[in-house]
Design a protein around this ligand. Structure first.
Ligand code: DAK
Length: 258
């Protein structure tokens, strides 16, 4: 399917979705988000895709929700239109691993979109922030909840209350991103990570994502129980038999997603 606000490339098991509204620093509007959800759902359903990358430009991953779209809306319009709620739910239903490759600005909804991915690889020029307070509002796409889980209350409060930006080094130090790479190497390093994931059993990758996500939704005791059940259930797969046999026979595993 042809897209206008995003570019989709599928090669070697990896779908790369590039946000493409350069004139507005990839500000998120409903066209862009619905195309993004469509592309994600297609990738999730495709046998050709084993890992997904979402990225922007060198200048901006996304500078937030589109302020010119929101500015004139009333409370009633925001409330009744369920602004971006459907897109957020669709995004959260994607089962395949999603990596955010972030260069430049990831602000407001852009920072929130990056945090909705499974992990973030940041370029050394990345800047994260939840500056909605400067617009007289607060984060609305999960920022107060997800950023707090990533970086703790004190830093999250600092970001949401002052609206300041955090650079890549600080973002790595406080656990918002998994690694920082030179901006010119962002896509090659992210692709290398995606290729690593694509080599694994897809069933195990989906189970790992499912189990880690559960850590955010439940108590430790429930989470441990959930993990154990998923772990045990993987012994019903051919990939577990193959993975362990390959280790013992000192050869590469040939996973078949069965
Ligand atoms: N929206 C619309 N246009 C934007 C934009 C945005 N968020 N960010 C940048 N642009 C546009 C600029 O207006 C400018 O357009 P022209 O004037 O050239 O037509 C162009 O992109 C280039 O931007 P600048 O000229 O400003 O570039 P600079 O390098 O000088 O500055 C900047 C870059 C990123 C520091 C600056 O553009 C900036 O501060 N941008 C706004 C950042 C921001 O406040 N983001 C938060 C937006 S609020 C919800 C879901 C989501 C949300 C809320 C609710 N629900 C589910 C309920 C999310 C809210 C937000 O994200």
């Amino acid at each position: 399917m042809a897209f206008d606000k995003i570019i989709v490339d599928i090669s070697d098991d990896i779908a790369t979705i590039t946000l493409n509204r350069p004139d507005a620093l990839n500000a998120l509007n409903s066209d862009l988000l619905s195309e993004l959800c469509m592309a994600l759902e297609e990738a999730d359903a495709s046998d050709k895709v084993r890992c997904i990358i979402i990225t922007g430009s060198e200048k901006a991953f996304a500078a937030g929700a589109d302020i010119s779209d929101m500015a004139s809306k009333s409370f009633v319009e925001m409330y009744t239109s369920r602004y971006f709620e459907n897109e957020s739910d669709r995004f959260n239903r994607i089962r395949k691993p999603i990596i955010a490759a972030v260069a430049g600005y990831a602000l407001g909804g852009g920072c929130e979109l990056a945090m909705m991915c499974d992990f973030i690889i940041a370029a050394d020029n990345a800047k994260f922030g939840q500056p909605e307070i400067n617009l007289g509002v607060i984060a609305g796409l999960g920022g107060t909840q997800r950023l707090t889980r990533f970086v703790g209350k004190s830093k999250s409060m600092d970001m949401h209350l002052t609206g300041r930006f955090m650079d890549a080094e600080e973002a790595e130090r406080c656990g918002l991103v998994s690694r920082v790479v030179p901006v010119k190497k962002l896509m090659s390093e992210t692709r290398a990570a995606a290729e690593k994931i694509a080599e694994k059993s897809q069933i195990a990758a989906i189970a790992a994502k499912d189990a880690v996500d559960r850590a955010y939704e439940t108590t430790l005791a429930e989470g441990l129980n959930y993990e154990r059940r998923l772990f045990n259930s993987l012994f019903a797969t051919e990939d577990q038999t193959e993975g362990m046999a390959a280790f013992l026979e000192k050869r590469e595993a040939q996973f078949r997603d069965r």
